[in-house]
Design a protein around this ligand. Sequence first.
Ligand code: WTA
Length: 653
Amino acid sequence: MSNPEVFPIPEHVADNANIDLASYEALYRLSIDDPEGFWKEEAKSIDWIQPFKIVKETNFNPVNPTIRWFADGTLNASVNCIDRHLTAKANKPAIYWQGDAPQESRTVTWGELADQINRFANVLKDLGVQKGDVVTIYLPVIPEVIVAMMACVRIGAIHSVVFSGFSAEALANRINDAGAKILITADEGRRGGRVVPLKRNADAAVEHQPTITDVVVIRRTGASVPFTMGRDHWFDELITQANPWCEPAVIGAEDPLFILYTSGSTGKPKGLVHTTGGYLVHTGTSWRNIFNWHEGDVFWCTADVGWVTAHTYKIYGPLLNGATSVLFEGIPTWPDTSRWWSIIEQYKVNIFYTAPTAIRSLMREGEAPVRQHDLSSLRILGSVGEPINPEAWHWYHRVVGGGRCPIVDTYWQTETGAVLLVPLPGAIPNKPGYAAKPYFGIRPVLTNSQGTVLEGQAEGNMCFADSWPAQARTILHDHERFVRTYFSQFPGYFFTGDGASRDHEGYYRISGRVDDVINVSGHRLGTVELESAISSHPAVAEAAVVGYPHEIKGQGVFAFVTLKATVEENEALRHEIVNLVRSRIGPIASPDQIQWAPALPKNRAGKILRRILTRVAANEFENFGDTSTVADPAVIDEIVRRRRQSSHHTVAL
Ligand code: WTA
């Protein structure tokens, strides 16, 4: 990708930029030369109970890193997200909720949100929830998800939101790991006209689960669902009886705010722990800058509440700024492929933030569904979750944005809590596919595999020197894994697990994961997690999973499966394996292709050579690199032969 086209900053953005080029350069310099001074100013965006004296105590020591921000300050997240907006905005809309079905919608004001949050915080207290307890939230995209999260943080409880597309088993694992006391769910969810049996999954998850004492159920569809007396409670009944004021708890800046699980390169999902003060400072200020938000703007982020994108830039970012946003429960293609565009028109959305995979799938529908709607309210577009390919970038820019909206390609992770690289829209001209430049206080570094820092134009491992306030502090119950994964590989730096390049103008472009994680439709999946799900099928001897290029999803899941010697290869088995993965993890993890492999290529120590499998899955049959370590080269020949054959008649699963 040499010399991509550069898109200058449009006048309408330059004219009212929160951050223009001069201020970006000056503030960036300040944030690097004097991070304490810079972040102390940014922290004024938050109402503190006890103001902090110490800004930053951090080092990236490879065996014992320290990450503490504003540690002696105290605050309450829900006061910052809700209470402080009430004087000016009690009767103004906080949320435009749009249900899965077009006729279902609700406007929720700041005052209504506050009332529900206070009441529900009291409900949680009555159920015995105390500061530091974990509450698991398994909900669709409905306003009550915000009520639940904010009620938790009002009393110092830690929310752990689990994506409602995860299976009962995946939910149970996350509840167990966190030791959650309370589970909040709904009778059912709705997506694309279909029902998601949330209560049923929740029941299955907590059936033999020792820590959950109570399940709070939100009536979303009104369906009749099984109800366990004594354990289950209806949300609406509890909150009508609850006291409408709950005194906000005094929370230390370094007290946990939430846990969020994500996949890593081992089988066990990791619960990243985020703390309160630094996260709120970085999230609130960066949201405003990234999206060039101004009072009155309507913001819409399409991410599901189960992911970090929604935590930071759909929920906390807008709430901290008192911004109005759209929450949409459904999918972009139901009842028809212009659904998103009709929502943008209806609510006059000014700022729209989505993922490349969605853009690619809507691009396939052509321009007509977009052209049916007036999208002239749009001013800023955003992209997140995976590298955006130039073709999708151009379509998004030209067709959706009418050529007038900059695209903020925001690079960050569950671990980083908030943005690291971004072309701030009033300051940095766009280059398609480039997440561009460091956000304030962020010091990007590229290293080669030996750990040498690369200068100038280069390609390497995406690392960061020095901490930022929203950074995760640990992995729940596994600090050693936290240190090993992020800090030990390249001593002195935080390693993201991504590869990247930097061009002659200092623009960064992320190329994707370099570890055993694949990014499917912007969702992170650990290959080991997938392999252990597949291997749990009684007919399977062994499995190896790799990502391969997929037109819509970015990466698809390709599974090489060795069956037990006594088992015949057959189609029914393929479907059983897919169903097993769906029930153990969730539909997002379904293998796109399964190839039977009589044996897997291994080195003499028995380690599977994924490098080779990745190339075969991508239909690249040459340049396998050094194959001298392969124990039995005939194994590769057979895998290649079968792949060549199946490429001609790909089995869609
Ligand atoms: C990828 C999502 C390229 C990357 C916020 C990262 C991206 C992983 C971008 C984190 C981007 C995220 N360009 N790649 N703008 N944003 N990624 O934890 O591989 O769900 O490591 O956080 O997504 O995914 P996560």
